[in-house]
Design a protein around this ligand. Structure first.
Ligand code: ATP
Length: 249
């Protein structure tokens, strides 16, 4: 298995459950781990419990049961420390449309950095990551959807978080932009950043993830590398794996 012992664990999810309504589980006893430099994706259809799980780990939603430990800090007892180690990008992040891309990066850097020098480093890093070049001088409202997403991702990554949590990072983007964003994620993972992604696009996520977790009706049914799972279920791709995993339940 890819989650071999001895690897540095950046995230340990331990039996996380959420009931929005008593007796009705949106996610139930979900457990998995993400190692340093690893890209892990939760995949499942609409309503499977991906966003609920991700929001609990991001400390935005209180868990009903269980815990998650991010870089050694519990979401239950040390949520402030967890927030300092992660970045969370929701699927529909609104940008500050009247600002230029550069002004947005500066604004965010000043919000997150401890001092002026660090803020400058963040801006420089953000500008490099987004690869928007001179267009950073233009207002965000003139950007395409793909450019806006790249800017938001650069903002999320500029502070070098231990764990980046991205809900549907390439949804609504054309293939070129989606490919560029996948490449951006892989490069940062090679540099040691860890990723927790969610997606209902199983074919796309197969190419970017080191490991995936299959989630349906609030239950994490399988985890493994795309290759392990396609072999185990004698499937052509993760969509077929998903079909077969659910059929076995
Ligand atoms: P999608 O791909 O559509 O984003 P998802 O896998 O992220 O779906 P969740 O948004 O986590 O799924 O939803 C899981 C379940 O919890 C669904 O049945 C949903 O209706 C329910 N749910 C989500 N948020 C709430 C809420 N605030 N109150 C009550 N039920 C909720």
């Amino acid at each position: 298995m890819a989650q071999s012992d001895g690897m540095e664990k950046v995230l340990e999810v331990k039996g996380l459950s959420k009931q929005y309504k008593k007796g009705v589980y949106a996610s139930e006893k979900v457990s998995f781990e993400v190692n340093k430099g690893e890209i892990f994706a939760l995949i499942g259809p609409n309503g499977a419990g991906k966003t609920t799980t991700i929001r609990m780990i991001s400390t935005l939603l209180q868990a009903t049961e269980g815990d998650a430990v991010v870089a050694g800090h519990s979401i239950l007892t040390e949520p402030d420390k967890v927030r300092r180690c992660i970045t969370y990008l929701p699927d529909e992040a609104g940008a500050y449309k009247n600002m230029t891309g550069m002004a947005y990066l500066k604004f965010m850097a000043e919000l997150y950095a401890d001092n002026k020098q660090q803020a400058e480093e963040y801006v420089q890093r953000g500008a490099e990551i987004c690869e928007l070049g001179d267009r950073l001088k233009d207002k965000i409202q003139s950007y395409s959807r793909g450019m806006q997403r790249k800017l938001l991702l650069a903002r999320a990554f500029m502070s070098k978080p231990a764990l980046a949590i991205l809900d549907e990072p390439t949804s609504g983007l054309d293939i070129i932009n989606a490919l560029e964003i996948r490449r951006m994620i892989k490069k940062l993972a090679d540099e040691g950043m860890s990723f927790l992604l969610s997606s209902h696009n199983m074919l796309e996520i197969e190419y970017v993830s080191d490991r995936v977790g299959i989630i349906a009706k609030g239950h994490l049914l399988e985890t493994g590398t795309p290759a392990q799972l396609t072999e185990k279920y004698n499937a052509k791709n993760l969509e077929e794996v998903f079909e077969r995993v659910v059929a076995e339940q």
